[in-house]
Design a protein around this ligand. Sequence first.
Ligand code: GAL
Length: 663
Amino acid sequence: MTIAHEGRLLFGGDYNPEQWPEEVWADDARLMKEAGVTSVTVGVFAWARIEPRPGAREFGWLDRLLDLLHAHGIGVVLATPTASPPPWLGRLHPETLPRDEDGRTVWWGSRQQFAHSSAVYRRHAAAITEDLAVRYGRHPALRMWHINNEYCTFDYGDEAARAFRDWLRAKYDTLDALNAAWGTAFWSQHVETWEDVIPPRRAQYLRNPAQLLDFRRFTSDALMECYVAERDLVRRHSPAHIPVTTNFMPLWVGQDAWAWAAQEDVVSVDVYPDPRDPLGGQYNAMIADMTRSQARGPWMLMEQAAGPVNWRGVNHPKPAGLNRLWSLQAVARGADAVCYFQWRQSRQGAEKFHSGMLGHAGEEGRSFAEVKRIGAELAQLSSEVTGTQVPSQIAVLHDWHSWWAGTQDGRPSTRVVYEDVVRAWHRALWEAHLTADFAHPEHDLSAYEVVVVPQLYLLTDAAVENLVAYVRGGGTLVCGFFTGTADADDRVRPGGMDARLRELFGIRTVHEWWPLEDRETVDCGEFAGTLWSEELTAAPGVEVVAAYRGGDLDGLPAVLRRGRAWYLSTLPEPPALRSLLANVAAGADVRPPLSGLPAGVEAVRRGGLLFLLHHGRGDVTVTLPDGTAYRDVLSGAAHTGSVTLGRFGVAVLAREARGHGAA
Ligand code: GAL
């Protein structure tokens, strides 16, 4: 389903008019028009405003608001308000409040205090969702449904325990199967009746890893059931072309976003890099690549900040130009919607120091001027990019189940943080100017020339076979350490690594894992390894690309290669990983969009355009291919030979008419 409306990229933000007197709304609508806002997300936290008492329905204000927005040509992404039930729900029905691992109640007073498996919560959420859908499903301002907000809650309470048992019964059928999968012979954990099965609540010492893994799976599924129930209700009362989404947190551990994305019409995500992070642009790129891959095409940047957030220790504003750069970067990497939290900065409540598109400084503010510029430029770009794809010949494999299994207590090293490892590999590709998709290890990978695996501790049999078939079919695979260690139940594979993978990479024996201390490195000859090392012996005839030097692993393989299958038993320092991946990619005939790109300049192709995004502050000159004339779609400037980008500069280049094909 399309995200863009009438060919326009969406531009807007969360709008919480319930926090403002109605006189302000007219001003909002005027300024939204001025800023080029196409749509706003309304109602995310408005449950108490709509239903101040059980069963009440106060829709008058929402009627007036939607009509006002519509009269100004501003569309509405209408949210179901079910992320934040009103206090009365918890007071009258305490079972709707989640419990933490210690059995303590999570009270109202903030947000998201709902127990996902509570029948009463689900009934109330369904009722308000259905009434909203009946009333506004055919409103002319409606562009999209937004269900709940950043589903992320855990619940260890009694109703969740019952739902967990039902989920396990459906999965295992018998207690024998559950006991086998959970390895309950260990520490006398055998469960004799279903009542013995509980969520992984506070316990004396390390808890059962397979139970923890299944509880994560269950929680993701239980939250998804809440989403699907509301999705089906809003669909029933809306025209078929109105898409439904729910906003993900970026690379968030709690949701299997591959599974969730399959249930969405539009995949959307909230992204808040730290403006001081020198690799903030890389972080954006990684989340964009992941979300685009989940969407299998255009995606929606549902939330970003125009300036500072309010939830870091120190909350930095965005220096002039950074908001624009990161917004255009999202479009370059496939977004058809660029939106913010939130339109107008709150004066009260926990987020009064979180920026808005319209900050406390108002329409005179520097940041609002930049917002207006972004709105105008997105309108300019719309006809060239909406609905178009971002081509990539590389895939990075990522899987939540492996993340869940690989990050529990009692493993070789707590220093290995999965998301950091993924980020290190993506960074290497980004710095090598190579555009990558993400993929699930069981996806069809045949469209990619190169597949990289930062770390997949847990691999199902189907995934292992998929990787083997991919290499046999001519693909190039580069695989990071501690991969293929466990099966789907988190049972260690015989030999410490799946035998089919050992065969694929030419690993004869995995003797021991040798994790490293913080800041410790291992000498691998040409480069230093970090985080981890492995005591491996290679099968005869296998190429040892790099070997450990000195120390306990002296002479053993650090990087080995059998044909097109590479295995890295450590994490090379950033420049080394970058050049290794750049060389492997070049060997597979995969190259950056332009040669000789300077550091800090991101180059991405989307549709027929070439985006050049400069993440640095000085001037930089990018050499363009000889004899090709380009036009900057935003500035109208013509470029041949080279283009110079200033601080946070962006060029969006199209080949001049006389050229052939895409930029
Ligand atoms: C998001 C959330 C928004 C707002 C924002 C602040 O996680 O969806 O409602 O709280 O963070 O950065």
